[in-house]
Design a protein around this ligand. Structure first.
Ligand SMILES: Cc1ncc(COP(=O)(O)O)c(C=O)c1O
Length: 392
């Protein structure tokens, strides 16, 4: 009987866990643990700014108005409208009714995958890719297929992408500006990605979370702009990076009506909605210009400084980062593996870095986040230089 079973001690035997879970990795976790204060951290992928004060005030005012009850699951009409209007700045036209606000861009990416993929479907990732994509795909029984980008500039290798497509390929994940490479794909490359998706009838899952942080003239390019792209692209972004709102857990997903209806079902089953009193704050954030521009300008300055410094390190090659706040360094010239490099940099130079092989296709690279102070940037790279020169 059920009640007897519930109280029976079954000893060491427990039901098995979800069989996909063992295949899911832990991302960067092992190299993110906070070190002592003497260590410079180039590991943390979040802005070092406080959330703009007007956003905080807006959330407080909402709480004071008592806006703490359940509300519309996809997000308030005003919030969905604000996201839809924001996206027009990136030449993306998505009706407010087809916008869903989710607890973080990360969860919005998971929604996109859950709405479009079946177990066994293959998804192209441009490798090295942000490790959460791999984990999410494995979690839902889909299959990540890591296709290396070009080693000299981290842009898509179309020959390799075409060769990786099978009858099971169902989607391609695009993330430009990119974590971990810092690459921003040119308009002609995005057009070519769309053409590939149209030719092979693939969904395009476009993670544009870093879209406001681009250091090249051509800016972020949406796949929705090109023939066949609008219907098959799920556009996903959020407030974490461009607005310094990582802890608020707010992201969006926008797509064509049929797909949006599927995403709404996922969201209604998984989250109901994001915190009601965060919705006005999210709208306030999207109305800001000065504050977000100031943060973006600051990251661009840091990019300029860190690039020149990294470029002078012995044994290290680094293409100029084009967006986001990451520099991916090829350290194979040092003769160390990336894990050895990261471990020794922490021990011997007191600098914390992410080794590339935590991501498939990232062997021989280390990721540097320059979302830290200019002083830290200068001191951290100075330490790396002294350390590397001492090894010669
Ligand atoms: C490419 C990419 N997408 C999504 C996220 C997560 O965004 P959020 O904090 O809004 O979930 C990150 C965070 O590092 C990221 O690098």
């Amino acid at each position: 009987m059920g009640s007897a079973q519930g109280t029976t001690n079954r000893g060491a035997s427990l039901p098995r866990l979800n069989s996909n879970i063992n295949r899911v990795g832990t991302g960067f976790a092992a190299f993110l643990s906070p070190p002592g204060p003497e260590v410079i951290r180039f590991t943390v992928g979040q802005p070092d700014f406080d959330t703009p004060g007007k956003v905080v005030e807006s959330a407080k005012a909402s709480l004071d108005r008592g806006e703490t009850a359940y509300t519309r699951t996809q997000g308030s009409p005003e919030l969905c409208q604000a996201v839809s209007e924001h996206l027009t700045k990136h030449k993306i036209q998505i009706d407010a009714n087809n916008i869903v606000v989710a607890p973080g861009c990360k969860q919005a990416v998971l929604y996109a995958m859950m709405a479009t993929l079946d177990p066994g479907d293959e998804v192209l990732l441009l490798a090295p890719a942000w490790p959460s994509y791999d984990g999410m795909l494995k979690m839902i029984g889909a299959v990540p297929v890591h296709v290396p980008v070009k080693r000299d500039n981290y842009h898509p290798d179309f020959v390799a992408l075409e060769a990786a497509i099978t009858s099971k390929t169902k989607a391609i994940m695009v993330n430009s500006p990119n974590n971990p490479t810092g690459a921003v794909y040119r308009p002609d490359e995005v057009e070519q990605l769309v053409a590939l998706a149209v030719k092979h009838d693939l969904w395009i899952i476009d993670d544009m979370i870093y879209a406001t942080l681009v250091w090249e003239d051509y800016g972020y390019t949406s796949p929705t702009q090109f023939p066949g792209g609008k219907e098959r692209t799920l556009t996903i972004g959020g407030w974490s990076k461009g607005w310094a709102m990582t802890g608020w857990r707010l992201g969006w997903i926008g797509c064509s009506t049929e797909v949006a209806n599927a995403v709404k079902k996922v969201n209604a089953s998984a989250a109901t909605h994001v915190a009601t009193f965060l919705m006005p704050a999210a709208i306030t954030a999207l109305s800001l210009e000065e504050e977000t521009q100031m943060m973006a300008d600051s990251f661009k300055n840091r990019r300029d400084v860190i690039y020149d410094l990294l470029d002078s390190l012995p044994g290290i090659t680094v293409p100029k980062p084009e967006g986001a706040f990451y520099a991916l360094c090829d350290i194979s010239g040092t003769g160390m593996t990336d894990i050895e490099f990261a471990n020794r940099a922490l021990e011997e130079a007191k600098v914390q870095l992410i080794p590339g092989s935590l991501m498939q296709g990232g062997e021989g690279f280390i990721r540097i986040s320059y979302a830290t102070s200019m002083d830290n940037i200068k001191e951290g790279v100075r330490r790396l230089k002294l350390w590397l020169e001492g090894l010669r």
